[in-house]
Design a protein around this ligand. Structure first.
Ligand code: AMP
Ligand code: MG
Length: 423
């Protein structure tokens, strides 16, 4: 085993520093309708267009009142009714209560809302049922308690999910300014690889890495650009790399090991690649290659006017290796290109359900199934998924995370607290 290879932490630090550099460049922005904004990245801070809530809002069906008067348990005269959607009413007369619905504006003068279930009403009056008391502010969200009009609610770089979409809608934004999604070229290589639709001949296998990586790229905020598979031939790989030059990020799978027909690294070198590392002490994924290519951009007149380095990853062909190395190393670079603030990868803690063995000199990322049913007393529980090595797609498809075993781990006992890599 080559001890010259960086360990996981060292390689991760190289990628993190590279991603941080990329984060200084803002991608171009475009408008995205709320219906298509999920998974994209906010290019301009979202601001509140008015106070939130825009009026003092009742959170219950009941009776708006003054807490001090209601807590005396003396009957209060019912002075009016406000339904959700009606304009703020009032003022509330002294020793009175106001019938109110959830989501309705609380009348001026009221400082609490007595829950319907806590009041005894006869249509004209209502009394707080002893021994209940009510405190000022109860069941009311004050105007502007969540945000003031003009406040920044979400910074640029926030990933847009269901919560952010709801907030944007509440602020009257039918469209959001989102960063243009980086274009990620996916180049699969290997003489044995045929398309999903093809009937494989003896010795051939279907291209599963292409669709897998396309899904991973899309989930990470990128735009997958699938190139035709290139055979194990230097000229074919050269041509494919030239074609992929327009991409913001290049992912190549297969052909990065030390075999006779592993031709990707030499082809990248012919394109003038700068290599940041060629191999990492991890399993699966040891042959991973990370580097960048200098790509000259031409202007309309065909003159080179801007040069920029394009990152690439040579991912090992085995599907589990490809997936793990994407999550650990390619995803943070893609996140940076997408303008995201959270670059990942994402780890969590779990309790080991069984004894496991580590591998000397390699950080392992093993397909595992985690319950995620954490309670106050118990962490989520994780167990390995039985696998036949890094080509075992079925094992990966039955997993929902990867169990992390640091290099120095010899043996871990059931019950130990471990890290898991989240997809
Ligand atoms: P390589 O990295 O080229 O040595 O390939 C390692 C293993 O991954 C071999 O068994 C390949 O057949 C397999 N492999 C390579 N590319 C793909 C792909 N696109 N889809 C599925 N398996 C692949
Ligand atoms: Mg190969």
């Amino acid at each position: 085993m080559s001890s010259a290879l960086p360990g996981y932490e060292e390689a991760a630090a190289v990628v993190a520093a590279y991603a941080a550099q990329l984060s200084r460049f803002q991608p171009a922005a475009e408008r995205a309708g709320l219906g298509l904004a999920a998974g994209r990245v906010l290019a301009r801070a979202l601001r509140a267009d008015r106070d939130q809530p825009p009026f003092a809002r009742s959170t219950r069906d009941g009776y708006a009142c003054r807490a001090a008067e209601a807590s005396a348990h003396a009957p209060l005269a019912l002075a009016g009714t406000t339904r959700a959607g009606e304009a703020p009413a009032g003022p509330l007369p002294p020793k009175a209560a106001w019938e109110i619905m959830t989501g309705a504006p609380v009348p001026a003068g009221a400082d609490a809302v007595m829950m319907l279930e806590h009041g005894e009403a006869d249509g004209k009056r209502v009394r707080l049922m002893p021994p209940r008391t009510i405190a000022e502010g109860e069941n009311i969200v004050a105007q502007g308690a969540q945000a003031r009009g003009g406040d920044e609610l979400l910074p640029s770089g926030s990933t847009i999910g269901f919560g952010q979409i709801a907030l944007a809608a509440a602020c009257g934004c039918a469209e959001l300014e989102a960063f243009r999604r980086p274009r990620v070229a996916i180049l699969t290589t290997g003489d044995e690889i045929v398309a999903v639709e093809a009937e494989p001949a003896p010795g051939q296998i279907r291209n599963s890495n292409g669709p897998m990586l396309a899904a991973m790229v899309a989930a990470a905020g990128g735009q997958p650009w699938m190139l035709p598979t290139a055979g194990d031939d230097g000229n074919l790989i050269d041509a494919a790399l030239a074609q992929a030059a327009e991409a913001d990020l290049l992912l190549i799978t297969g052909g990065v090991s030390a075999g006779k027909f592993d031709l990707v690294e030499p082809a990248l070198a012919r394109q003038g690649a700068r290599f940041h590392f060629t191999g990492v002490r991890i399993q699966p994924g040891k042959p991973l290659v990370f580097g960048d290519l200098l790509v000259k951009k031409r202007n309309a007149a065909g003159k080179a006017d801007r040069s920029r380095r394009r990152p690439f990853f040579g991912l090992p062909g085995n599907p589990v290796s490809s997936a793990v190395t994407f999550l650990l190393f390619a995803a943070p670079v893609l996140a940076a290109l997408a303008g995201r603030r959270d670059l990942g990868p994402r780890f969590a803690l779990a309790r080991l359900a069984e004894d496991v063995k580590g591998k000397d000199g390699l950080t392992r990322f093993l397909p595992a199934a985690c319950t995620f049913g954490a309670t106050a007393e118990h962490l989520p529980e994780v167990a390995r998924v039985e696998w036949q090595g890094s080509g075992d797609l079925a094992a990966m498809a039955r997993s929902n995370c990867f169990l992390v075993l640091p290099e120095e781990t010899e043996r871990l006992k059931a019950g130990a607290i471990v890290r898991i890599l989240l997809p």
